[in-house]
Design a protein around this ligand. Sequence first.
Ligand SMILES: [Zn+2]
Ligand SMILES: [Zn+2]
Ligand SMILES: [Zn+2]
Length: 763
Amino acid sequence: MSTTVTRRRIVVHGTVQGVGFRPFVYRQAVQLGLNGFVLNDSAGVVIEVEGPQPAVDDLCRRIVDDPPSLAIVSSVEVTPIAPVGVTGFEIVATVEGGARTVPVSVDTAPCDACLAEVDAPADRRYRYPFTNCTDCGPRYTIVLSVPYDRPATTMAGFQMCTACRAEYDDPADRRFHAQPNACPECGPRLRWWRPDGSGDGDGDDALRKAIAALGRGGIIAIKGIGGYHLATDATDEAAVAELRRRKSRDDKPFAVMVADLAAAEELCELGSVAAHALQSPRRPIVLAPRRAAAPVADGVAPGLPELGLILPYSPLHHLLMAALDRPLVMTSGNLTDEPIAYADDDAVARLGPMVDGLLVHDRPINIRCDDSVARVGRHGTIQMLRRSRGYAPEPRVLPVAGGRPILAVGAELKSTVAVSRDDIVVTSHHIGDLEHLATYRSFLQAVDHMCHLCGVRPEIVAHDLHPEYLSTKFAVDLDLEPCPVQHHHAHIASCLAEHGRTDPVIGIAFDGLGYGTDGTLWGGEFLIADLRTFERIGHLAPVTMPGGAAAVREPWRMATAWAGAAGLGTSFDDERRDAVAALAARGVGPVTTSMGRLFDALAALIGLRSVATYEGQAAIALEAAARRVARTSAPTYPTGIDEAGGQLVLDPRPLIRAAMADHAAGASVEVVAAGFHEAIGRAAADMAIGLARQHGVRTAALSGGVFQNARLSEIVEERISAAGVEVLVHQQVPPNDGGISIGQAAVAAARSPLRPVGGKPTH
Ligand SMILES: [Zn+2]
Ligand SMILES: [Zn+2]
Ligand SMILES: [Zn+2]
């Protein structure tokens, strides 16, 4: 009895290009004795397959259940078509056209098989720093265009040698259709440059010179996957201090690269979640508590209880770390606050004066991509603080499908952009702080690249309300339908989007600053919000911010303002500070309800830090101090919760008075900091619980940069949960302004839905 022959067209959507999908389908089809073809088109992977129906079904099942490790299958469409009687199965060349859905995959650390080759003296890729295969290697940072094929990458200029071509063409090979495939014969090469950009060796010689420079305590630039790093010996106090001087970076912590997990364990206490994250192929920087005797220079992360660790994520890092056998500072290749260098001429111009040499190569980086940063949250899950290399441009699914394509341009600091079509949203790499012209250029490039890669021609542009943000100015100048989204609504929406929720919640949005609908600077906000709309129903008491933006870098200004409001003097007694106090008392300067600035103020008032060299430094110091005291030993300070204009107002003045009195009576900075955290955390939780009852809402969502404070999050979350109210917190989307673009995209999608959501009509 003959079985029925069927033919089906299978279209696979998702991150399916550049991840070995076609070779995978080929191998499965050949194994099952099926005929047909597979190809990449700009919609994804298209398969036509013909054979006995059970075998065809089996292939469909394998595509859904067991795709290649780097692939993310978002949907599979199967359409029956008429059999044509072909024999054999082939991978056919890419065709142009069609609607793109999702770009290429993320950049991935070398797989074990590739590292084994790099370490095997008999292998033709022995010590070759650009070894990769279909399971690993660069993707997003080298792709110029889609469909993802070698000519559309920065590998286009390298002709494969006979041996590499044979691997590339052999369906049974691990490198079958691996676009960045290369070897020492035909691929990119290392070079060692003097600081002026003149060559001084290549290949293994270049590597040896770089290793020797690092061994001498030198500072070098290293071209990596998404840009240049500045590197030096992390155990060498003088070298680290010199790096800070040359980079003009005072205190902001440096990340440390270690050879392997054992080396990481020597520096930090790692639980299984942190260990797992460190070793994941995405390779983020993972923040973890440092050990008391950790052998790294104090200058690496001055005064902080955590170190940011990262494992090697390219074969080049692997070779360097194996030879050096000590931790290396690996910090982004830039002068403080500028974007990371990724083009070679720019690296020589900007980094040359800072380094003793540059370890470079001739595989161009098309899009710069900083390292991602993660930490372990209190539920034993990873919490992303910066989502960039290894994570961008991974698509996410929104809880609402937008009716028209959306561009979301983010805020100003920690900028990211997002593009969305239907219910798919793709967030860019970390762009940085847009105040700098070079960063703004990088923002423009990211907008173009994301729209192109995702094939999205936006019709709606979602943006912040702040009229002075460069992203807002850019957005309103576009000839697109604007969708203005209030900053803290975007924060809460990003948390809802992450959890796939559309129902109303009590949102607690605590951050540095965001433009409010009343023109003041918000930042300690209680909202009732869903994806579409919000209402402000509570906030921190407002205070004058003397000197405006200057108060961000000079916490003593906020200290002066809050002390004055609480009826206290300060010990900042020079003339300039008296003048500021007078300004604050007369209400000269913008008004803010910022929670971040209140944390700054208290840190300055108890003498922890009155001037910051980076945003949030004083607040971070306050958290670090609090964490040295057990929660059960924290003193109880009072706070006021008042009602004004139909809103609940959190009044911190009783808390400031009690904390200062305790401090004056001899309580340590740590004890006062712990008491402050408890008081603010409890008051915030109590307000949220009361508001939830009042509005008949069962869920609270926590967002904003202040919730990077693990101690505060714990207090708020625990207390709200204990009252029977569900709490949503961030894991995959950063709580800080890096998450604003996805929040904006979610709001824009909800305001212009494909299908109406909820009860109310859309605007
Ligand atoms: Zn590999
Ligand atoms: Zn080759
Ligand atoms: Zn914010």
